[in-house]
Design a protein around this ligand. Sequence first.
Ligand code: DGL
Length: 232
Amino acid sequence: MKTARGHKVGFFDSGVGGLSVLRAFQALCPEVETEYLADSAHAPYGNRPAEEIARLSEANAEELIARGCDVVVVACNTATAAAIDLLRRKHPEIPFVGMEPAVKPAALRSKSGVVAVLATAGTFRGRLYNETKGRYAGGVKVIAAVADEFVAEAERIRGAPYAEWTEADRARIIGIVRARVEPLLDAGADVIVLGCTHFPLLIGAIEEVCAGRAEVIDPSPAVARQIRRVLA
Ligand code: DGL
């Protein structure tokens, strides 16, 4: 059933990652009905060919539309990179909201002139990331770091919030995050962009590793505000 406002917003991702966007949207617009689709059968998407991700994304979007969604959020940076243009072409009646690589705010906030983006290989191959970087990075050096192991960990804890992690989860995840992020900090990065929707699910650990050295940018609240603008 649709809400009084008459909208139902569908979110999809390869797995639990899109929950970071869903939670940010629910915090902003709790009255709007939502639907979440995790394509766990095909997760992870990160290293699949773009054509395959586009095909899977099309099936996910069509499933959400069949369930009555009139706005679809591609709550996955990798799927946005591979499929957002195709989805908009195939379903011109549906507003699609995708994930923007937050290179612009990162470049504006950096004092060291070095920022790092954590994402999947598929996102870094995409036109969107490369155009955004070309347009907004300016004189700032952008380090691209693939962090597929963060996707695996976010799936392993099923997106549970930091406060609910076991001691063993916490120790393991902080070790994994440290191994990936410390070299970026040592290379001078003072802003770390979470360019994959799975990564805000690990933000407690990422912020702990970055404490005092770098700011962490989670784009989910900005995407939530964009969904609200689309609904308005
Ligand atoms: N959550 C996804 C993203 O934002 C993809 C993770 C994966 O399936 O590799 O890129």
